[in-house]
Write a protein of this length. Structure first.
Length: 230
């Protein structure tokens, strides 16, 4: 569950204000203690409230006096360099809030003009726009066109560099199979086909791991030739 944002204003109820003071005072002193331990610095805190008779000093009066003495021995310029009161603190917060508001308005305006650009691409007329809207729309279109041109140039350079890559010299391709020899002239067409098939069988049967194919091919060729001679 997210923590509710606290409104920076005086708490009207006295009992609630007193309970908040005690709770916040404890948390503040704890943070100061952690800051001195983690960062190795000297710090002190003096709290004066209508709920306590004497002001509360942390960590002790002697250590607080030493820190204050070191601060007073510094030059006046260094003393006031990062000094801040309630007025300057609130003014700093207002300035940051105004900068954040300005940035948010700019983002909202850009999203609004982007929506108008997409609607105009779908066929909507631009008759209801003011001159400021048209100027912002033109600026946004120019920004998108420049972004697309940069993208196209990047892709073109990438394609050119990839196409200029050379093929390695040791790359080899498998050889094409040899063409079958022509049959002897004078044989009939059916005999030519038969001889071509058996010549291919002879070439395939030349491997030593298939001797049975070689014997079968030789038998078929001899049988065919003897049948034609007879």
């Amino acid at each position: 569950m997210t923590r509710k944002k606290v409104r920076l204003a005086l708490i009207p109820s006295d009992s609630t204000r007193k309970a908040t003071y005690k709770k916040r005072k404890k948390g503040l002193l704890k943070k100061v203690d952690e800051l001195t331990v983690l960062c190795g610095i000297e710090a002190c805190a003096v709290l004066k409230s209508p709920y306590d008779i004497q002001p509360e000093i942390w960590p002790s009066i002697s250590k607080a006096q030493r820190v204050v003495s070191q601060f007073r021995n510094m030059p006046e310029i260094d003393q006031s360099k990062k000094m801040m009161n309630q007025e300057s603190f609130i003014g700093q917060r207002i300035t940051k809030a105004l900068e954040k508001l300005k940035k948010q308005r700019k983002d909202n305006r850009e999203k609004e003009i982007t929506e108008v650009m997409y609607q105009s691409l779908s066929g909507r007329e631009l008759s209801g726009l003011t001159m400021m809207d048209l100027n912002d729309l033109g600026w946004l279109i120019d920004q998108n066109v420049r972004a697309m041109e940069r993208r196209i140039e990047l892709l073109t350079n990438s394609a050119s560099s990839s196409s200029a890559a050379t093929v390695p010299e040791d790359s080899t391709y498998p050889p094409l199979p040899p063409l079958p020899p022509l049959p002897p002239p004078g044989l009939p067409t059916a005999a030519q086909d038969l001889v071509l098939r058996n010549e291919s069988a002879l070439q395939m049967a030349q491997a030593p791991q298939q001797p049975q194919v070689l014997e079968y091919g030789l038998f078929v060729v001899l049988f065919c030739l003897s049948s034609f001679e007879s």
